[in-house]
Design a protein around this ligand. Sequence first.
Ligand code: GTP
Ligand code: MG
Length: 137
Amino acid sequence: TNRTFTMIKPDAVANGHIGAILNDIIAGGFKIIAMKYIQLSKETAGAFYAVHKERPFYGELVDFMTSGPIVAAILEKDNAVEDFRTLIGATDPSKAEAGTIRNKYAKSIDANAIHGSDSDENAAIEGSFFFSHFERF
Ligand code: GTP
Ligand code: MG
């Protein structure tokens, strides 16, 4: 087995989709290793998305991700990173396959409902950014 990191983004939380999304994640075969409900500060969101600092949407991304509470979690499954990105669908929800989380719950490329790590290395970095060893089960 291995692990990935996710955030249910402020749009999906505000629109009442936490329960449905967690249900899809669990039904998809993922086990919850760690989870918290928090609102990011500009500093925290800016640091988390530092890899995107040079991209034109960085400011919008940080503003959006700090606009309300999120659910952050570490998930475990065989082939976790790739399978989770399949479960959530394309970054742009208008291109996300039917039945994927972004197809069902996202409205736009910026308010796209959910994050999924893009590599095993980033999954470990992102999980450690949010959770101590005492918060993983
Ligand atoms: P994450 O799982 O959130 O990392 O999405 P991703 O890996 O599918 O996309 P990527 O890492 O390239 O971009 C990170 C996030 O930036 C995306 O999820 C979007 O919320 C946002 N983003 C990407 N492209 C655009 C864009 O063109 N405009 C805006 N406003 N936001 C974008
Ligand atoms: Mg990404």
